[in-house]
Design a binder for this molecule. Structure first.
Ligand code: HEC
Ligand code: HEC
Length: 231
């Protein structure tokens, strides 16, 4: 009888220990999940440690909140796609938004953020954007129609001369890759360069001179075509 009681006690002790451990585990999982949620980090990013200095900066400086974790899914369709943008172009644009030289479109949304980033950090971010951001993930809506009005305009209105036939091989490193930008963003930028509201960088010397060749309706077609292209 004594042995049976001892056995029963031992079993319940074991059970209790097992239960406690299980609870601990569940608690821990929950705490980790909560911490991740607080930091607003995607699981994939947390598990991809260690991060490069650029990737860390991109998160620490909250760039991802507007431009997306991978630089492909911006918060709003009027925001640009950053993934795999050219380094020299990206660098110049960040400096211009910081100094206020580029204040058109929605640049004001980014100004207070980039003011808290040093010039050295901006250089690191530019390299990160060009070489790492987005990895191999596809950019562009995909349904490319080379017979569309936008495609024909892109070839006829000299756009290819500067941006390249594929819209990702600009003639100069300081010119942007435009393929895959959301149509809303592309449209706004073209209108702003045409009107002179965006006059930083090479916008005037490079592009303004040809914008009399296209009206607002045509710019709409061009924006749709640009958004479809892969980068
Ligand atoms: C609050 C939102 C917001 C944050 C945060 C933000 N940006 Fe931006 N960024 C924008 C918007 C909006 C534009 C486009 C401005 C316009 O409409 O002309 C832009 C433009 C850019 C451009 C130029 C893109 C192009 O194709 O011309 C680069 C490069 C860029 N951002 C990098 C960054 C980096 C790096 C960070 C973090 C240090 C950052 N941004 C943080 C909203 C943001
Ligand atoms: C002579 C050269 C040149 C031609 C031609 C040209 N562009 Fe541009 N484009 C530029 C430059 C340079 C910029 C960037 C301006 C800056 O430095 O801020 C730009 C910017 C843009 C942008 C904004 C990109 C971004 O990331 O913010 C779009 C969209 C664009 N061009 C589309 C077009 C289209 C469509 C055409 C044809 C109608 C065209 N461009 C013709 C040189 C050119």
């Amino acid at each position: 009888m004594k042995r049976i009681i001892e056995k029963a006690l031992l079993t319940s002790c074991l059970l209790a220990v097992l239960l406690l451990t299980a609870c601990d585990c569940a608690d821990r999982e929950e705490r980790i999940a909560e911490a991740r949620e607080r930091q607003g980090l995607a699981d994939a990013l947390v598990e991809a440690e260690p991060l490069s200095v650029g990737a860390q900066l991109y998160r620490d400086k909250t760039c991802n909140t507007c431009h997306g974790d991978d630089g492909i899914n911006p918060l709003l369709p009027s925001y640009p796609i950053l993934a795999r943008q050219g380094e020299a172009y990206a660098l110049k644009q960040m400096m211009d938004i910081k100094s206020g030289a580029r204040a058109s479109g929605q640049a004001a949304a980014m100004k207070p953020i980039i003011e808290g980033v040093t010039d050295e950090e901006i250089a690191i971010l530019a390299t990160f954007i060009a070489e790492e951001l987005g990895g191999d993930l596809p950019v562009g809506t995909g349904n490319v129609d080379e017979e569309s009005t936008g495609a024909k305009l892109f070839r006829a209105k000299t756009c290819t001369a500067c941006h390249g036939k594929d819209a990702v091989s600009p003639i100069l490193a300081t010119y942007p890759k435009i393929a895959g930008h959301p149509a809303g963003y592309a449209l706004q930028q073209m209108m702003d360069i045409k009107s002179g509201a965006r006059a930083n960088g090479m916008a005037v010397a490079g592009m303004k001179g040809v914008m009399h060749l296209v009206n607002e309706d045509e710019i709409g077609h061009l924006a749709k075509y640009i958004a479809s292209l892969p980068r």
